[in-house]
Structures are given as C-alpha cells and as structure tokens.
Design a protein around this ligand. Sequence first.
Ligand code: KG4
Ligand code: ZN
Length: 369
Amino acid sequence: MTPNVYNTEDIYILGIESSCDDTSCAILKNNILLANVTANQSIHEQYGGVIPELASRDHQKNIVPVVDTALKKANISLSQLSAVAVTRGPGLSGSLLVGLSFAKSISLALDIPLIEVNHMQGHILAHFINENEVVSCLNEEKTSNSSQTTSLKKPNSAIKPSFPFLCLTVSGGHTQIVKITDHLTFDLLAETEDDAVGEAFDKAAKILGLPYPGGPLIDRYAKTGDPTKYKFPTPHLKNNNYSFSGVKTAFLYFIQEQTALNSNFIEENLNDICASYQAHLISYLLKNVLAISKETGIKQIAIAGGVSANSGLRKEIELLGKKHQWQTYIPKFEYCTDNAAMIAVTGYYKFLKKEFCGLDATPLARYEI
Ligand code: KG4
Ligand code: ZN
C-alpha cells in the first residue's frame, strides 16, 4: 500500500532519463505525473544503430531545454522540488554520465536528495504511472436545467498490478522475466544469455535494409503479412533463459539463401517475412513466461520495455492470458520506450523509503536489477 502522503507536504520529484538515445525529464506531484518531456535523437538512423559518442553529445545539448520545458509544463519552479531521481544504469556510460551529472548539480544547488534508479526497475514501475488526466464530463453539481460540461482533473484509474506479479521486460538491451513482490523488490527469474529481443528485431530490420530502430517497422509490415509462411529455429535452454543470437544468424542465412535465388525476395515478401519472424520471437518470449507462471503459480502478468509496444506481443499476451486465466497488464505506448516518467515514479517510491544516494554515485553500464 502506498502511504498516505496527501496529509503531509506535497512531494515533487524531478526524474531524468538519459541511458541510451532519448533525453527525458518528468515531474511528479506526489504520485501524479505533471509533465513528461522527451527529446528523441534522430542522428543515429543514418548509422543503423546508436553511436555512443554522438548520443552523449546530444544529451548535453538536450538536457537543459528538456528540463526547462518539463518545469514549465508542470507549472512549478526548481525551488519546489523535493528530490531528483536519475537513471544510474544500465546503459551507455557516456549517456548516463550526462543525466547523472546534471541531477547531481541540481541536488547540490537546491540541497535536495539525489535518488539513483535502475533503468530496468523503472521500465517495470511504468505500470504505476498515474496521469493527471483532464477529463470532460457532465458536471454532477449542475443545476437541474443546466447541461453544461466541465473539465475535471483526476488521476487515471487504470488498474495497477497487485503483488506479486511477473513482468516480461523486453528492450533493446535486455530480455528478462522478473518477479515483483513490492514496489522495490525485484527477483530476476530468467534473462537472455546473449542478445536482447529488441536487438533481434533491430538486426533483422537492418538485414532487410530498414532504418534504425527497425522494431517498430517490422511491427508495421507484419500487420498485413502471413505469420505462418516461414519458420525459424527455437533454442532450447535448460532453464527458462533466452538466447536470440542463433535466431538472428538463422534469419541472416535465410535471407542470404533466398536472395541468392531471387534478388527481389525481400521486396516481394517483406510483409510475410516480418510477420513470420515477429510471430516466432513472440511465441518464444511467451513460451518461457507460461513456464514460469506455471512454476510459480503467479497469474498476474505484465510486459514492459520498448518491445512491449509491439502490437503482436500486446495481442498475443492478451490471448494467452484469457486461455490461462491471467490478469494481464500492458503499458500505454508512451511508457513502453524510454521515458523519465518511469524514473520519477521509481524515485517517488524510493523517496518514501528515504533511499537516497551520495554525490559520489558513478554511472553503471551494467547494473543488475
Ligand atoms: O526500452 P527501449 O526504448 O530502450 C532500451 O532500454 O533499450 O527499447 C528500445 C527497443 C528497440 O530495440 C526498438 O526496436 C524496440 O524497443 N521497439 C519495438 C517496437 N517499438 C520499439 N520492437 C518491436 N515492435 C515495436 N513496436
Ligand atoms: Zn529502456
């Protein structure tokens, strides 16, 4: 249960995320999101992947305007902040360093606590973001002959996962199945032993000649393709861990063989290739979730991370959930990929427990959940 903080002073948390190629800042008032502003970096498209040095340079350019815009949107001043929460890792060291240094300077200048956040925990706690929705509704206090509508501000009431729940966290750098027993207790039950599923999407897209990041494009082409047309191998690991490097290589050989026979193979079959490959990755992801759900008896199942924006995965987990009586939780699109709202929410729960860190905290490129 969240402690009742409304009787005490309001808590304002500034969240900063800069672990990869998105510079993002969010502001929470208590556990309600007031602003979430993200600057995406398009410079990497031409290179087919994120170039770390260019990413950190762009974070330096973006961070001040992004924080400034978030403060304006939230309509608060720096002096109102109670704490600053920042992604410490995992991620690209140079990118993390920009956000962490900026957060430290805010903490030092305003004399407010610094809270370090694990990016993967943040992805999972995106399920606890409460938006301050402006809803248009009939004014219930209207006089009997008035039918005026009015705008009321109220937090969205989307159902949140209850504990314990399992989360399939799927991003560009990670593929994990995590058991969450409270807002700050995470148990890693399975993970990839090599590449992440986001990488498997992006590398396949690159082989198909699509720009970076290719995951969303594969998703788009897959919508009108035949998911049963081509088959790919599934690795069988003893535990419920994943491995995606073999699938990626099998995809490369498959495309090389087919284009040797027909140079127009990709153009003529793009939708079917994307649909078959995507369906394969999804069924592999869900196979292990099903196994762990059976082993643990947990039927509260969430997905999180960039790949949870995939329309096929969102649909399939619902279908599987119906079949196995799961309660499934799917984040809003804007909170799947990297954002600071998830960092601010994690910071909020750490603030309640007074889990602060020192100004000597360094970025952690690798950071266990
Ligand atoms: O969580 P995220 O924004 O960054 C990391 O923490 O890595 O995830 C980015 C990953 C990329 O691999 C991107 O291709 C993938 O999420 N992604 C998708 C979709 N949207 C983003 N993959 C498949 N389908 C999508 N719709
Ligand atoms: Zn991420």
